[in-house]
Ligand binder design. Structure first.
Ligand code: HEM
Length: 475
């Protein structure tokens, strides 16, 4: 009989919250956005994740836009009441009301995997953003191009050259991870990189997962991986403090030095805080960019006419360089067509499909009431894959980005407003450096032309994208 008691309470909660939804009217008299809240507790989380895992994350959004409202619909995700804002107007509203009507919110899974002495997401973000400018300022970025190029040369020599076939996704991960470890924490030793790489692979899947902390779940593996990496990072941080004090490390050598010198009291908690920030940065930066690099290889292998134009642009730059001369800022500015191709990849296969905000007060949007505390989701797909904003959205067409490109709030792979990705320019550089080395070396052919792409949580080919390589010297 006892087992029925929790079930009974779940049922009562479900019925009560459904009634509240049905009859809710705000003070202004507006109704809640139309939609459904799904099952008790889990809401529509399973449908949300399963659309992504089947490779069609937009289906969850478009089905509901068609059924309920093209501007905003209500749902229940990750244990929270939520509204999904759609179209460029929805993006504009959320991006321009940051800290006025809404603030950033991450699911509890993120809090468990990246715990901190967090007072609020807003304060954490302010702290992080204060530390980043020195690291991401234009002079620093100019300097990184040579380092990225140096790493890419070694990466292609070790992982791609003299191979008939490679599996792209793990290689792309290894490239972006190597770049991040070098620029963020000055780790270049392959043994140390290997030690870190595996737990990092488990982190991202854990972050965007249903937060069930049981042995074997992606969430549980993510927490264990994050604990392991944090411990290693704290050891690196302690050593760096000693090296900075002894003059053996430079204050500007990487983001770790920047962060240590930006903090005022070097207590253990500070070290843990810095370890968490580095952990978040390493995860956020390399998983996103590696997914883009992988998707770029896929599209270049599939579309020879696009490949040829990228190849011509990159070869012109390659021919203008002396043997062994590293790429420069000026070279990257010439990679206009290649960046348009990368943008089209970012449109069709955005690494982050969207992010959450929380309503910090009651407000109305498009005539619908949004109660304080609701979680609000902006997403790339409601514009990127919507014919209202991009004609023939399934067509790969880099010319969409020529001239002034898409109108504001339509193309949002890096978000928008005050929370827009601060690593956008860094990502552009490492992606272009990757494209340069890829196309100047090889022509490509997919081993499985119909290989499926699923969200885990970034777009990932199910077989890792094996491709055949045809070096230019042999063509
Ligand atoms: C192609 C690669 C990347 C994509 C598509 C991407 C995308 C995004 C998006 C959409 C957001 C906004 C989330 C929101 O609205 O809440 C974001 C935030 C962020 N990104 Fe990126 N990102 C990329 C690479 C990077 C890199 C390389 C770095 C660091 C060097 C980075 C650091 C950050 C940070 C720190 C935030 C949080 C900003 C805040 O909360 O104020 N990202 N990113």
């Amino acid at each position: 009989m006892d087992v029925y008691i929790p079930l009974f309470f779940l049922l009562v909660t479900f019925v009560l919250s459904s009634l509240q939804f049905l009859f809710h009217k705000s003070k202004s008299g507006a109704a809640l956005p139309p939609g459904r809240t799904g099952w008790p507790v889990i809401g529509e989380s399973l449908e949300f994740f399963s659309a992504g895992r089947k490779g069609h994350p937009e289906k969850f959004i478009f089905d509901r836009m068609a059924k309920y409202s093209p501007s905003v619909f209500r749902t229940h995700l990750l244990g929270e009441r939520a509204a999904v804002f759609c179209g460029s107007a929805g993006n504009k509203f959320l991006f321009s009301n940051e800290n006025k009507l809404v603030q950033s919110w991450w699911p509890s899974s993120v809090e468990k995997i990246f715990p901190s002495n967090r007072t609020s997401y807003k304060e954490e973000s302010i702290k992080m953003r204060k530390m980043l400018p020195n690291f991401l300022k234009p002079e620093a970025l100019h300097r990184y191009i040579g380092i990225m190029d140096h790493i890419a040369r070694h990466h292609f020599a070790d992982g791609w050259d003299n191979k008939k076939e490679v599996v792209v996704f793990p290689l792309a991960k290894s490239y972006t991870f190597r770049v991040a470890c070098c620029l963020f924490v000055s780790i270049e030793d392959p043994n140390q990189l290997d030690k870190f790489a595996k737990p990092f692979n488990l982190l991202a899947s854990g972050v965007i997962s249903i937060p069930i902390d049981l042995p074997g779940t992606p969430f549980n593996k993510g927490i264990k991986a994050s604990n392991f990496i944090r411990k290693e990072l704290v050891a690196i941080i302690k050593q760096r403090k000693l090296d900075l004090a002894d003059g053996k490390a430079s204050p500007s050598q990487d983001i770790l030095s920047h962060m240590l010198l930006a903090s005022d009291n070097g207590e253990y908690t500070q070290e843990l805080d810095i370890a968490n920030k580095i952990l978040a940065l390493l995860t956020g930066s390399h998983d996103t960019a590696s997914s883009v690099c992988t998707s770029i290889v896929k599209y270049l292998a599939e579309l020879p006419h696009i490949y040829d134009r990228v190849y011509n642009e990159q070869m012109e730059i390659a021919r203008s360089k002396a043997t062994g001369e590293l790429l420069t800022w000026e070279d990257l500015q010439k990679m206009k067509y290649s960046w348009n191709v990368a943008c089209e990849v970012l449109r069709l296969a955005s690494p982050l499909q969207g992010a959450f905000r929380e309503a910090i007060e009651d407000f109305t949007y498009n005539g619908f009431s949004i109660p304080k505390g609701w979680k609000l989701y902006w997403n790339t797909n409601s514009t990127h894959k919507n014919p209202e904003f991009f004609a023939e959205p399934a067509k790969f067409d880099p010319s969409r980005f020529e001239g002034s490109g898409p109108a504001p709030y339509m193309f949002v792979p890096f978000g928008g407003g005050p929370r827009m990705c601060p690593g956008k320019e860094y990502a552009r550089l490492e992606i272009l450096v990757f494209m340069h080395h890829l196309v100047t070396r090889f022509k490509l052919e997919m081993v499985f032309p119909d290989e499926k792409i699923v969200m885990d949580p970034t777009p990932i080919p199910t077989k890792g994208l094996p491709v055949r390589l045809f070096p230019h010297t042999l063509i």
